[in-house]
Design a protein around this ligand. Structure first.
Ligand code: ZN
Length: 224
């Protein structure tokens, strides 16, 4: 039994636009989705449904960059495939220099996040507030960061009960905090297909920019 969760970050129009293996072009993204459907994996409306049903897949996108809105969202709408977008709330609607990339990055606006939710297709969930390495922080600092993200969600009229660890980093305190704040699941950067389910360590596969749909199916089949 496989519960496949895919992890994406950036999308580009053309493969020659890609800056690193995290940048997926629209032809490959579409090919991933079509190959999953052709292989009889069912898309689910939420991560929870993906865990509760069998032979399912769910798309997740970390960070909420504007290129999700411009490139991947239209494809998901066209194919009617739901997804979950994990947003660090300090970055909503801003453009800022990011050391991780060495360039400026632009994030989806508040209006765009609300449009996703109104579409009924895209879940917007918490990726913390400051996109910090949670495990490097005290219990109190971690609590404040996660709680702040929920405050901002609530100011937008939204709730979040699925989390995604920034950089995949967390510790026992993080899990305790997520449980206290009513999160039911948290996505990790552990690679796998969730044959058994650990709610606060959901495994994901991150297709890289060189992989087409067939390559993705081959990768999934490696997990017997
Ligand atoms: Zn992130």
């Amino acid at each position: 039994m496989k519960h496949i969760v895919l992890a994406y970050h950036h999308f580009v129009k053309n493969s020659y636009d890609k800056k690193s293996k995290l940048y997926i072009d629209e032809v490959r993204f579409r090919s991933h989705l079509l190959s999953l459907m052709e292989s009889n994996y069912k898309p689910t409306i939420s991560l929870a449904d993906c865990m509760n049903e069998t032979n399912t897949f769910h798309i997740t996108i970390d960070d909420g960059y504007l290129n999700f809105y411009n490139i991947a969202y239209p494809i998901l709408k066209e194919l009617n495939i739901p997804a979950t977008l994990f947003v660090p709330t300090s970055r909503i609607g801003i453009t800022c220099f990011e050391e991780d990339y060495g360039t400026n990055q632009t994030y989806c606006s508040k209006e765009q996040l609300l449009e996703f939710v109104a579409s009924g297709l895209i879940n917007v969930e918490s990726h913390g507030h400051g996109h910090i390495k949670l495990s490097n922080h005290s219990y109190r600092e971690q609590y404040e960061d996660v709680e702040k993200s929920l405050d901002i969600f609530s100011s937008l009229g939204l709730k979040s009960n699925v989390f995604c660890y920034p950089y995949g980093l967390y510790n026992e305190d993080t899990v305790r905090i997520l449980k206290l704040l009513d999160f039911n699941y948290s996505c990790s950067t552990v690679t796998g297909v969730n044959k058994t389910i650990d709610e606060y360590k959901i495994e994901r596969l991150a297709p890289d920019s060189t992989m087409n749909g067939n390559d993705l199916i081959k990768l999934i089949k490696l997990y017997k």
